[in-house]
Design a protein around this ligand. Structure first.
Ligand code: ATP
Ligand code: MG
Length: 468
């Protein structure tokens, strides 16, 4: 501590050096060999000449960003999203699995096939792709060909669909369950069954696209209470329906003439021509309505219809859209959602039989107390137990959603059984993505680590490290 004081004392040039000489720059630093270096030391960052410490340099947000040199080409608009959402359905590095068979309609209703992994036939694969049935979160890209495990719930659901088609009845069902239990995959299996049996399939892959105000909407004239059409979404949906159901739609003919559409569709035109008439978003909702009317008309040749939707909670609440008077719009005032909910509640019927299936999702979902309560009530009723009552003072409940779910059948998906887990893991091992021997001990370990057979968790525990 004494050094700076003594240096300061000695540094008084006037004490020892004549004033005329002190103006020379090098004299300011008496014990230094170089005057400029001392001057630099005195004014060094953060230390004031009087010895005070100045506050440090404050970082300003974005300052460094501005000056940073950009290297490489930045991605084009939408490129990042496309990369995030890309779906790879096969992996040529995975081993072909000997004895892996294509699933046939009869396999899906055969209980002897429970626990077997079967691949999706090529034609159906294209159809599933057209209706966006595959999700980027699923593990398709690890295996040679897209294949699924036939579980007990798959066979049960396929049998119910078969019954509905035979009796020209209507299956109204909601697939519920914990996260990653395979709800979307069970929905995909129901689509597979419908495609293989020549049903007309309409699939809404992400309900949130309809209700989170990310697609255009417009009021439908002369509706009270006001309903809204979503022409852009309808056009995309129609394009998917046309591609996926081309074979069936080209065989069916119109029972009515449709003169109010963008293109005049006379009687006996094919339903494919009717679907094709939507070329622009304007009029897409009208074309969808006309197609629905045709599918519902009672003629001997009409096939059953499957109307499926994933992410049910998004339509069981008030949407993010606003009305012209700036009131929030209920999801069920969006015409397409209303069509689905009316069919799910049984208010409208599928004249030629078919199924309305909704799947909940735990990945990205809004809170819907009404949906949760209704599904719990339905499950209790199915089990012959007393259904929980509506909490009298609780807020946030939505009577319209409860109405839509008041009489549906609910499938509560849980983990797969150990024999099913063994079938699935043997398939992983045969594909070369699971290296350990597939014995009782390994299966039990994976099954337990995966939260008692939750398929997605089992995949995470056993395959995550190999995922591309
Ligand atoms: P979330 O609640 O997040 O929507 P989820 O219940 O819809 O999840 P899925 O996406 O259907 O879960 O499945 C989770 C994972 O489990 C996927 O990677 C899927 O491939 C796998 N999986 C589920 N069921 C099966 C099955 N029957 N055969 C093969 N894999 C399956
Ligand atoms: Mg899902």
């Amino acid at each position: 501590m004494s050094a700076p004081n003594s240096l300061r004392c000695l540094a008084r040039p006037s004490a020892i050096i004549p004033r005329s000489l002190t103006s020379a720059p090098w004299i300011a630093a008496p014990f230094s060999t170089s005057a400029p270096s001392l001057a630099k030391a005195e004014t060094r960052k953060g230390v004031m000449p009087g010895g005070h410490v100045r506050s440090g340099k404050k970082m300003q947000l974005g300052k460094f960003k501005k000056n940073a040199v950009r290297q490489g080409k930045s991605p084009l608009p939408g490129e990042r999203k496309a990369y995030r959402k890309r779906i790879q359905l096969s992996n040529s590095n995975a081993l072909p699995v000997p004895g892996l068979e294509d699933v046939r309609p009869a396999d899906m209703v055969d209980e002897n096939k429970i626990g077997r992994v079967m691949s999706i036939p090529g034609l159906v694969l294209d159809q599933l792709r057209d209706v966006e049935a595959f999700k980027p979160t699923q593990y398709w890209g690890m295996f040679r060909t897209p294949s699924t495990l036939l579980r007990a719930e798959t066979v049960d659901l396929a049998r119910r669909m078969q019954n509905a088609a035979d009796k020209k009845d209507m299956l109204r069902l909601v697939i519920s369950g914990e996260r990653l239990t395979g709800k979307s995959l069970l929905l995909l299996q129901s689509l597979t069954y419908a495609f293989m049996n020549d049903w007309v399939v309409i699939h809404i892959p992400e309900a949130q696209e309809l209700t989170t105000a990310c697609t255009e909407y417009a009021p439908i004239p002369e509706t009270d209470p006001m309903q809204y059409m979503q022409n852009n979404y309808c056009l995309r949906l129609l394009q998917g329906i046309r591609k996926a159901n081309e074979r069936v739609l080209s065989r069916l003919t119109c029972a009515h003439s449709h003169t109010d559409l963008p293109q005049n569709i006379p009687v006996n035109s094919t339903l494919l021509q009717l679907t094709n008439s939507a070329k622009e978003p304007e009029g897409a909702w009208l074309v969808f309505q006309a197609l629905w009317k045709e599918l519902m008309s009672q003629t001997a040749t009409r096939p059953p219809v499957l109307l499926a939707l994933d992410g049910l909670a998004h339509i069981m609440r008030v949407s993010d859209y606003m009305s012209p008077s700036f009131e929030p719009v209920h999801s069920q005032d969006l015409a397409l959602v209303r069509l689905f909910c009316d069919a799910l509640s049984g208010k409208s019927t599928l004249r030629n039989g078919g199924a309305i299936i909704g799947a909940t999702s735990r990945g990205n979902t809004p809170r819907s107390p009404s949906m949760e309560l209704s599904l719990t009530q339905r499950l209790a009723e199915q089990a012959g137990e007393e259904a929980p009552k509506h909490p009298p003072y609780a807020k946030g409940f939505d009577p319209r959603s409860e109405e839509a779910l008041k009489s549906v059948r609910v499938v509560d998906l849980k983990g797969i059984s150990k024999p099913e887990a063994r079938g699935l893991m043997e398939y992983w091992a045969a594909s070369g993505v699971f290296r350990a021997a597939c014995d009782e001990k390994t299966v039990t370990r994976s099954w337990t680590l995966g939260g008692h057979g939750v398929v997605g968790e089992m995949e995470r525990a056993s395959l995550q490290t190999l995922r591309p």
